[in-house]
Design a protein around this ligand. Structure first.
Ligand code: MEV
Length: 312
């Protein structure tokens, strides 16, 4: 009998508060457990090999060379240093079902799965807190100034109400919340949109600060709407959040079209999710409206739609 030694981590989606969370405002995010990054540990008795064939890497990845500018190599090195162990005699093959550069946290999920695999292969213990710190460090090396929300929701795999550098809070919903995650098919790097918002904030804080504060208020109201099951209110807040993000310049014509399409087809509300400029939009629906919103979004050009339900 053969079995696989696998570790994994989920995708994530930001419900409310992206971008403003970088500046200390709260954000609400949930894991998307049906989409995962995985790391398979293959005992070989040979020197450590790290392979990421189906992501975007040539293989194998050299972790010994400090100059290799590769997120997986960094994650492997940091994990080994934290555990104070030598590279194990295994191959680790990293793969992911999570689309790249689409706001679903593919990079953080791959790092988390890899960290867990290295801990497993070396009989080490890596707490979620330690893993979260390492994934954040790697995200920071490759994505500029992340808030930490992505790695946190991915590592803990729980709904989070996240405020930078504050104790983690989770939240629960009063009613099932049905979401459609619709992909524009346009890859967009979070690093770029986060950098653009930063420049805008530096050059014109009088314009951006009220927008960031308004997003923070929307997030708090959205938490109340989630916790009390007020889905129409949640939808209206999603739209408000989308418009505020548009003013921060991180929407796109495709995202605006998707949002309008979802609302015309009966969604409670919709907004871009993650870094924006492309990637994914989320629509808040119910079981009755989901099919028609889904068809309308496909007709508007969605390349993939993932339905998820946040259960009470
Ligand atoms: C990206 O998923 C979320 C952003 O708010 C960036 C961050 O929080 O680091 C855009």
């Amino acid at each position: 009998m053969s079995f696989k030694l696998l570790t994994s981590a989920p995708a994530k989606i930001i419900l409310f508060g992206e971008h403003a969370v970088v500046y200390g405002q709260p954000a609400l995010a949930v894991p998307v457990s049906q989409l995962r990054a995985q790391a398979e540990i293959i005992p070989t008795g040979q020197p450590f090999r790290l392979v990421a064939s189906d992501i975007d890497e040539t293989l194998p990845i050299n972790i010994d060379d400090e100059l290799v500018d590769n997120a997986l190599a960094h994650m492997a090195r940091l994990t080994l240093q934290t555990l104070k162990v030598a590279p194990p005699n295994v191959s680790i093959v990293v793969s992911s079902q999570i689309p790249l550069a689409s706001g679903l946290g593919s990079g953080a999920a791959v790092s988390a799965a890899l960290g867990r695999a290295i801990a497993f292969a070396t009989n080490g213990t890596l707490s979620n807190e330690q893993l979260n710190r390492l994934v954040y460090e790697v995200e920071g090396l490759h994505h500029g100034t992340p808030s930490g929300v992505d790695n946190t929701v991915i590592v803990y795999e729980r709904p989070v109400y996240f405020i930078r550098e504050q104790t983690l809070e989770t939240f629960s919903v009063a009613e099932p919340v049905h979401l459609l995650i619709a992909d524009t098919g346009k890859a967009a790097l979070t690093k770029v949109s986060v950098g653009d918002v930063r420049r805008l904030h530096e050059t014109d804080p009088a314009f951006t600060q009220p927008l960031l504060d308004a997003i923070g208020r929307v997030v708090q109201q959205a938490r109340t709407a989630l916790e009390s099951g007020d889905l129409p209110r949640l939808g209206a807040l999603a739209l408000e959040n989308h418009h505020l993000l548009g003013q921060l310049t991180v929407s796109s014509p495709e995202l605006d079209t998707f949002v309008q399409t979802a609302i015309n087809a009966g969604a409670y509300g919709a907004k871009l999710s993650g870094g924006g400029r492309g990637g994914n939009m989320i629509a808040f629906v119910n079981e009755q409206t989901a099919p028609q919103v889904e068809s309308a979004l496909y007709a508007a050009g969605a390349t993939r739609i993932i339905p998820i339900t946040i259960e009470p």
